[in-house]
Design a protein around this ligand. Structure first.
Ligand SMILES: C[S@@+](CC[C@H](N)C(=O)[O-])C[C@H]1O[C@@H](n2cnc3c(N)ncnc32)[C@H](O)[C@@H]1O
Length: 237
């Protein structure tokens, strides 16, 4: 199967033991560090702690630490590649105590990692547009002890004003630009990150809300599923 240019390995019954998967998790973290993608001690310990395999459908579980997005229940939903999480959370400088809003809950894994990073004094709100995917994430997060992540079913482009302002915000689906309601819900000095469509490609873009407006910094080319809903991106590259 191919999802947006990524070749997805074939579904199969899981064979790996918990110990094997834990060893793969440690190796993945070492390799992300060696590549310079993972630098923060808090993000590192979150990645070591959260078992990614618990957020993946059974038939793809053995591929939990391979660098491919894997299909999830629901339309067009995927769990992103393992390196995506430091790729987003390092430039955001996600840290203890932050109020974090995620658009695109997917499996719930990214929300669980963020919850470990922000800790008890922080907050994680995550919005998913697909009801089937939302239920899948809810089950995963509750089973793994992250019932305090606030999960919202709806269009994430509208944000979640009830818990605003947010210190940090991540869109995990590609958009034409940061939706205005999200920028409005970001606190002054706050940061947001998203794959932004530009000509025929997607660029991971970091936005900082400054007194005079917003500053955008282009980080690297990426490939994500398209944002759906009110700010849907059509005919994405
Ligand atoms: C790459 S996946 C998210 C991966 C997720 N962060 C994880 O850790 O598994 C992108 C998700 O965004 C969702 N999505 C797309 N458009 C959305 C919107 N407007 N509001 C909320 N979720 C949306 C998709 O249904 C999909 O689940």
């Amino acid at each position: 199967m191919v999802i947006r240019g990524w070749i997805v390995p074939p579904p199969k019954a899981p064979t790996k033991t918990a110990a094997e998967l834990e060893s793969e998790r440690r190796a993945k973290v070492r390799s992300l560090e060696a590549q310079g993608m993972l630098r923060s001690a808090r993000i590192k310990s979150a990645l070591l702690k959260v078992p990614r395999e618990e957020f993946i459908p059974r038939q793809y579980r053995d591929y939990a630490y391979e660098e491919v997005p894997l299909p999830l229940p629901g339309a067009q939903a995927t769990i992103s590649c393992p390196h995506s999480y430091p790729l987003f959370y390092e430039p955001l400088e996600l840290a203890r105590g932050h109020r974090f809003l995620e658009i695109g809950t997917g499996s719930g894994y990214g929300a669980a990692v963020a919850r470990e990073v922000v800790g008890d004094q922080g907050l994680v709100v995550s919005i998913e547009i697909d009801p089937v995917t939302h239920e899948f994430a809810k089950r995963n997060l509750e089973r793994m002890g992250y019932a305090d992540v606030l999960l919202i079913l709806g269009d994430g482009a509208l944000g979640y004003p009830a818990m605003a302002p947010y210190d940090r915000l991540a869109l995990t689906a590609a958009c034409r630009d940061f939706p205005a309601p999200l920028i409005a819900q970001l606190r002054p000095g706050g940061r947001a990150i998203a794959p932004v469509v530009e000509d025929d490609r997607q660029i991971l873009t970091l936005l900082t809300k400054e007194p005079g407006g917003v500053r955008r910094e282009k980080l690297c080319p990426v490939l994500y599923v398209a944002l759906r809903g009110a700010c849907a991106t059509e005919a994405l590259p």
